[in-house]
Every structure is written in C-alpha cells, then in structure tokens.
Design a protein around this ligand. Structure first.
Ligand code: GLN
Length: 197
C-alpha cells in the first residue's frame, strides 16, 4: 500500500492529509530528508512558493526533492506546489528557484488583482461532472512541453482558455486548491496514478 507524503514546511498540509485519507491512502507529513526518503509519492501543497523555496533549502530538502523527482517520484503540486514543480516561472521574486521536472512555464499570481480569488467549474475528461475549483492568487500555465497533457482549462470569463491543470507522466499539477472543497476526485486520480506504477 503506497504512502504519500505531504511537504509540510509550509502550506495547506492538514487539508491534503485529510483528502488522502478520504481516498484510502496513507498520508504522512514530510519535513526532513529521512521522511522524504520513506514515501512513494508526494503532494506539494498550496501556500507561498517563495517561502517554500527558502524553507526547502534551509531544511535541506531542496536537493533531495530535486533528485527524487528526477528519479521518477510521483508528485501532485497544487497552486504554490505547481509553481515549485515548474521548469520555468514568470513573475517570481528575485532569486526564486523551483524544483522543476514539470515541463511547463507557469505565471505566478497570474489572474491579477481583480480576481485574486475566485471559483470556477472545470471540465476534466476523466470526470463525469464538473470539478468545482477554488483559486487563490493562483498561477496559470503559459507554455506546455510536448510531453505535457492539458487536463483542464478555464471555460469562461476573462481567463477563458487558461490552462489550470496538467499532467506530465508522474507529475500532476493544478493552479487551484483541490484540498479545500471536499471533492476528492483529483486526490483519487493521483492515488490511482501511484497505485498503477
Ligand atoms: N501566489 C502564491 C505563490 O506564488 C500561490 C498561492 C497559493 O498557493 N494559493 O506561491
């Protein structure tokens, strides 16, 4: 039975652990390299990517994370976690780095001031009914590499067409917060991906 870690130095950790429990997988917080080494997959939560970047370095998790991702660790990055996974970002702060692995360019705080936070119904080919998504100072995906599958885009309004969910092999990322609405379908999708390896 796979164990899925949740990066726990910053961000919505408890919410993700609750969602993992809901889809029947064991979730554990990850703060130290030894804890990272013990998991089969990882969630990078929403929060603040600039802080996550700094904390991952000071807790000596940054390089072990990069190495495990390069070695094929399945990772689900949500909001700030999507930024952390992106190979390239725009709108980052001076010196901000990402773990990388996901072949996309992500724009940080992309939706702009007027729509800092908003909710939208998203279509996913894998789901029968729309997914209610909560966006909070969210990034969007501006470029996707050839190996990246677009799972969902915003369907209407000023941000229509913007890419907000992607998958690149074992890496899954969403602009929004799937841990906040009680809809466990994306955690279930990730758990299936991990179980099927
Ligand atoms: N704007 C945040 C960042 O740059 C992400 C916001 C979020 O995770 N809700 O990391």
């Amino acid at each position: 039975k796979p164990v899925i870690g949740v990066f726990a130095l910053q961000g919505n950790v408890r919410e993700h652990l609750a969602m993992l429990a809901q889809v029947g997988v064991e979730g554990v917080p990850v703060r130290r390299p030894a804890e990272l080494a013990a998991v089969d997959a990882l969630v990078l939560p929403g929060g603040e990517s600039t802080t996550m970047d700094k904390l991952a370095r000071s807790f000596e998790l940054f390089e072990p994370l990069q190495k495990r991702i390069a070695d094929g660790l399945p990772v689900f990055g949500t909001c700030a976690g999507m930024i952390m996974l992106a190979n390239e970002i725009t709108g980052g702060i001076e010196g901000q780095e990402t773990l990388g692995g996901l072949d996309v360019t992500v724009r940080r705080n992309a939706f702009g001031r007027q729509v800092d936070s908003f909710e939208a119904e998203l279509e996913f080919a894998a789901f029968d009914t729309p997914y209610h998504a909560v966006f909070i100072r969210a990034p969007w995906v501006e470029r996707v590499g050839l190996a990246v599958e677009v799972l969902s885009t915003v369907s209407s309004g000023p941000a229509a067409g913007r890419i907000v969910a992607v998958r690149h092999d074992r890496l899954l990322a969403t602009s929004f917060h799937p841990e906040m609405t009680g809809d466990a379908r994306l955690h279930g999708y990730f758990a299936d991906l991990v179980r099927d390896l």
